[in-house]
Design a protein around this ligand. Structure first.
Ligand SMILES: [Zn+2]
Length: 295
């Protein structure tokens, strides 16, 4: 090979790497800001492989997944410190990346989706300080009745005084400061989920995040996915409910933004979104490891 030819080939390599090297934070599927504290250790590749195992078995056929999945990501004003409850940045990052999966359409909404967004949506995902009132009920009840999916993450379960009404739709809901909570090391037990497709391969997962307990609502009416032991007994941290044809998935963890970059947490939320939208739970798997906190 001549020197010119080698230089030309090296040039080609540099040019082909350039988009990767120049890829700024804007392109990253990672939350741009964490708390000013050491993040938990990254998840091992073996653990993530084990969580995702059985993809083909769970999706024996395309299952008519050529229909577009229409998602609305709903955020609200940030209400905690650096790297906590960062609803606006979550919305920006996820709105950029979820549509990388084929047949996925994402819109965003602030506080609550517009009527036409709800009419067109398969799944509404709420990560915000939650709220409930008659207007929301008037929008959500028909949405659930026609088979719509709802996902609530962390403080989105706040009912702001309307927790009993909110719990009728989503299972359990919080009355502002009356619930209990704990930040720190979590050891979430998925044994209650048994055969639920959202929790396939999950047994125990360790996070550094936040649990809530003593929420309003009837625990006997939820399909329990996972618990955390607090005050001497297990309390629901992930659950689903079905309201007629409508489906709801709830994740209490979601306080620290590093949790959203954890492949195990992403796997659960992606499956929850897909399940709520009545689609194969593995449809977002290609995004689980993307820019994730992996060893
Ligand atoms: Zn929190």
């Amino acid at each position: 090979m001549s020197r010119n030819s080698l230089a030309w080939r090296l040039g080609l390599i540099v040019i082909s790497l350039a988009p990767t090297l120049c890829r700024g934070d804007e392109a990253r599927f990672r939350m741009p800001e964490y708390p000013d504290a050491p993040p938990p250790p990254p998840r091992s590749r073996a653990e993530v492989d084990a969580l995702l195992a059985g993809d083909a078995a769970s999706n024996p056929a395309p299952q008519n997944d050529d229909r577009p999945l229409r998602i609305v990501l709903v955020a609200g004003p940030k209400d905690h410190g650096q790297g906590e409850h960062d609803y606006p940045r979550w919305q920006q990052v996820w709105a950029r990346h979820l549509p990388r999966v084929a047949n996925t359409h994402v819109e965003t909404a602030w506080e609550f989706p517009a009527a036409q967004q709800i009419d067109a949506a398969d799944v509404l995902v709420f990560y915000q300080r939650g709220s409930w009132d008659d207007q929301r009920a008037a929008a959500i009840d028909p949405f659930l009745a026609r088979g719509g999916g709802l996902v609530y993450i962390h403080w989105a379960v706040d009912g702001r005084g309307q927790q009993d009404e909110m719990a009728k739709r989503m299972g359990l809901s919080a009355l502002g400061g009356s619930i209990k909570f704990r930040h720190g090391e979590l050891n979430i037990d998925f044994s209650p989920a048994a055969s639920h497709p959202v929790a396939r391969n999950f047994q125990r997962v360790h996070w550094v995040d936040e649990t809530y307990w003593q929420l309003a609502g009837d625990e006997s009416q939820i399909d329990l996915i996972a618990t955390s032991a607090e005050d001497g007994r297990p309390w629901p941290q992930f659950w689903t409910v079905q309201r007629g044809r409508g489906r709801v998935f709830v994740s209490i963890p979601g306080h620290y933004m590093w949790t959203f970059d954890d492949p195990a947490f992403r796997t659960l939320l992606f499956r929850g979104i897909a399940w709520a939208g009545r689609r194969p739970v593995d449809r977002f798997n290609e995004l689980v490891r993307l820019d994730a906190r992996l060893e």
